[in-house]
Design a protein around this ligand. Structure first.
Ligand SMILES: *[C@@H]1O[C@H](CO)[C@@H](O)[C@H](O)[C@H]1NC(C)=O
Ligand SMILES: *[C@@H]1O[C@H](CO)[C@@H](O)[C@H](O)[C@H]1NC(C)=O
Ligand SMILES: *[C@@H]1O[C@H](CO)[C@@H](O)[C@H](O)[C@H]1NC(C)=O
Ligand SMILES: *[C@@H]1O[C@H](CO)[C@@H](O)[C@H](O)[C@H]1NC(C)=O
Ligand SMILES: *[C@@H]1O[C@H](CO)[C@@H](O)[C@H](O)[C@H]1NC(C)=O
Ligand SMILES: *[C@@H]1O[C@H](CO)[C@@H](O)[C@H](O)[C@H]1NC(C)=O
Ligand SMILES: *[C@@H]1O[C@H](CO)[C@@H](O)[C@H](O)[C@H]1NC(C)=O
Ligand SMILES: *[C@@H]1O[C@H](CO)[C@@H](O)[C@H](O)[C@H]1NC(C)=O
Length: 282
């Protein structure tokens, strides 16, 4: 009994696995940072995560702040413009790119909206010292150009919105710009969503369809039932008539003759002779 309870508890713990964004971010950073410890500055590295994260893509790029300011950076879904500064200021930054792929909905959600693109993340970390610490820092845009997040393979649909999840847990919706892009003025996680009302309407439509089908089916059933009842009624009535006929046949005193299909009583002769009344004179 106790063992059973224990196993139940264990299963519950495993079932309600928490997909914490913060612990994912720090796990990814630590893992990727270890992989590039002897890496070149300014080069983008694709990191292959452990098998239990398969489906997720991660890249990491270490940059001098001066170079970021002068040249910006382009990788995967992100175009980072020039004139951008880390805050608090550090001489070097590490940029981590995440594509959550089929893990997106486990870690991120927007109430009343559905994702139509994977959640991709761009996070900046302080890398001024060589020690592997993961100090998240902000990216401040000093120029006019925003960070552009390009989503390929997203077909245009009604009510489509860009969504940004900032690292402090805020969710912002904004309009999708030309070429399925989203504009951002800071780092975080991004995706494209559509109102889930559309899918609600679809289920409503389905329910309505089932109502109609059920109703029509009911009517057809009723008609069938009526027909069956009429047929049964007619059959039993016919039986009764035949029975009655048979019964009367037995009691028949009069002779019958058949005319066509119907039987008629016929008397063989006139039993009471008519008398002429005129013999009686009052
Ligand atoms: C994947 O495995 C690593 C250890 O290799 C562990 O730290 C991490 O929590 C695991 N993640 C998931 C989602 O199972
Ligand atoms: C994502 O897809 C990969 C295969 O492409 C699979 O191994 C992994 O379990 C999937 N992850 C989730 C959370 O469904
Ligand atoms: C990034 O791409 C934009 C256009 O998409 C281009 O203007 C810019 O020079 C590129 N930057 C780098 C560092 O390649
Ligand atoms: C949606 O995300 C919030 C955190 O922003 C979380 O508390 C909630 O449980 C999530 N809902 C679902 C259905 O995953
Ligand atoms: C989601 O929709 C429900 C009902 O349509 C509404 O009550 C709720 O406020 C909405 N949530 C958000 C975050 O807009
Ligand atoms: C876009 O779709 C094409 C074909 O459907 C595929 O080959 C390509 O890898 C996709 N690109 C991305 C970025 O998902
Ligand atoms: C977003 O688009 C809607 C119409 O599509 C428009 O009314 C609204 O002003 C736009 N918002 C911004 C911030 O551009
Ligand atoms: C949209 O993308 C196409 C090709 O990918 C490019 O030629 C065009 O200039 C882009 N338009 C804008 C407004 O960025």
């Amino acid at each position: 009994m106790i063992l059973f309870c224990c196993s139940c508890l264990l299963q519950n713990v495993q079932g309600s696995k928490v997909y914490s964004r913060d612990s994912l971010n720090s796990f990814v950073y630590d893992y990727a940072f270890k992989k590039i410890s002897r890496s070149r500055t300014g080069k983008l590295y694709d990191i292959s995560l452990p098998l239990n994260y398969s489906g997720m893509e991660v890249s990491i790029l270490r940059m001098r702040t001066r170079s970021l300011w002068m040249k910006g950076a382009n990788f995967s879904f992100f175009d980072i413009p020039t004139r951008i500064l880390p805050w608090p200021f550090s001489r070097r930054v590490v940029l981590v790119y995440q594509n959550l792929g089929n893990w997106s909905t486990l870690y991120y959600n927007v109430s009343n909206y559905t994702f139509v693109a994977p959640v991709v993340g761009l996070l900046a970390y302080d890398s001024s010292t060589s020690s592997p610490h993961n100090e998240l820092i902000e990216l401040n845009l000093m120029g006019d150009n925003p960070i552009v997040v390009r989503f390929p393979n997203v077909s245009l649909s009604v009510g489509m919105k860009c969504v940004r999840f900032s690292t402090n847990g805020m969710v912002e919706l904004s309009n999708v710009t030309r070429n399925n892009s989203c504009m951002a003025r800071g780092h975080g996680h991004f995706s494209i969503v559509v109102p889930s009302r559309l899918s609600d309407e679809k289920t409503k439509e389905r329910v309505w369809k089932w109502w109609v089908i059920g109703f029509a089916g009911g009517i057809v059933g009723l008609i069938l039932l009526l027909v069956v009842m009429i047929v049964v009624y007619k059959l039993t009535k016919g039986e009764k008539i035949k029975k009655m006929e048979r019964q009367s046949e037995r009691n028949e005193v009069l002779d019958t003759i058949w005319i066509g299909r119907s039987r008629m009583p016929s008397a063989s002769g006139i039993r009471t002779q008519p008398e002429l009344e005129n013999s009686y004179v009052p």
